[in-house]
Design a protein around this ligand. Structure first.
Ligand code: AHG
Length: 337
């Protein structure tokens, strides 16, 4: 008798995917399950924010020159910890850490993956109860399995990712991950403490009506970006509008919404910061991978995000990402410029 399972947990889903590839080792599935575990732990603490003394600054400044919140450190340690004690990861790079961490023990040296993550993105929003998130990208290492991983393993172009995902700690907590085969979303079922498949095979709608950008920086954007924003504001029934502007200031939540509903998210360079604010390895690459697998596009304004070969661990990049039709229209202005 085959029991009809309507809702699969993350573990069941990854195992089911594995069954389709009898030669697969299960390392990626195990790594995703480890990330799911860390996400549940971080979720518990995020939900306590306000009740216990986990808010506020830890009194240090991270490598990006930003104040570090206590929850940032907690999240960083949880994700690093599960990956270090798991069996699938040779080392990690984190937005919170100056250098990569090479695990360098027998099991880790024999693992084929490295992971780059932003443990708590949007953490400026924690103390006002706005959605925040974790973002991660998984790469097959280029150094020899059986040896410690190297810095070069972490400086691969985003198109070398084998999987990427994010967790949004919001009105419900969701884990969304992509492999080249598709994008799937899992909602945390608090009753059983498991991520359960709620959004199978996510596709980014080719057109949308949401544009997300920090309008406060408008006069610091390049003319072509300003022109496109003006176009967004002038959309009406005659030309696919009206558009609506939505910007939370927490990229995970902004891009998650646009991925499901259709839309474009922009963090352009400004006169003061030509490369913008977002980090290529921890924010742009994972989202570019996810959105492309879902059918959308992601560029830095000049080239595909996933084709950029990084030179530094913490380098920044402008980002334009979202529904294909909106991206094409934006690109027509960028090209003219
Ligand atoms: P942080 O983690 O320091 O709070 O940064 C969040 C990121 C990203 O998630 C968000 O879209 C962007 O910064 C917002 O920046 P602005 O406030 O400059 O718009």
């Amino acid at each position: 008798m085959i029991v009809n399972r309507k809702i699969l947990t993350l573990d069941e889903f990854t195992l089911q995917q594995l069954r389709a590839f009898p030669s697969a080792t299960g390392e990626l599935s195990s790594l995703l399950r480890d990330i799911g575990l860390a996400a549940k732990r971080v979720n518990v603490e995020v939900n306590k924010a306000g009740l216990v003394d986990i808010l506020g600054d830890a009194g240090t400044i991270n490598v990006q020159g930003e104040d570090v919140k206590k929850l940032d450190i907690y999240a960083n340690n949880q994700f690093m910890g599960v990956l270090q004690h798991g069996i699938s990861c040779a080392g990690i790079g984190s937005e919170e850490l100056d250098e990569v961490v090479v695990f360098d023990d027998e099991v880790s040296n024999n693992s084929k993956y490295v992971v780059l993550f932003d443990p708590l993105d949007g953490s400026g929003n924690i103390d006002v109860n706005i959605s925040i998130g974790t973002i991660f990208g998984v790469y097959r290492r280029i150094s020899k399995v059986g040896t410690p991983c190297t810095a070069a393993d972490f400086l691969q172009a985003g198109n070398r990712q084998v999987a990427a995902g994010y967790i949004v700690y919001g009105s419900s907590t969701m884990l969304v991950y992509a492999t080249k085969r598709g994008v799937n979303g899992f909602t945390l079922d608090q009753g059983i403490g498991e991520f359960s498949l709620s959004h199978p095979d996510i596709k980014c709608p080719p057109s949308g009506r949401i544009y997300s950008v920090n309008h406060g920086n408008f006069f610091q954007y390049e003319k072509s970006v300003q022109q496109y924003i003006n176009v967004c504001q002038k959309k009406d029934k005659t030309n696919g509008g009206p558009y609506t502007q939505r910007y939370i200031g927490s990229m995970v939540a902004d891009v998650h919404r646009n991925l499901l509903k259709g839309g474009i998210f922009m963090y352009p360079g400004t006169t003061g910061k030509p490369k913008g604010k977002l980090r290529l390895l921890y924010e742009c690459n994972p989202f570019a991978f996810i959105v492309e697998v879902a059918g959308g596009k992601a560029t830095d304004g000049k080239q595909r995000i996933l084709d950029i070969v990084p030179t530094e661990l913490h380098q920044r990049s402008p980002l334009f990402i979202g529904s294909t039709d909106m991206m094409n229209e934006l690109e027509s202005y960028l090209k003219e410029a």
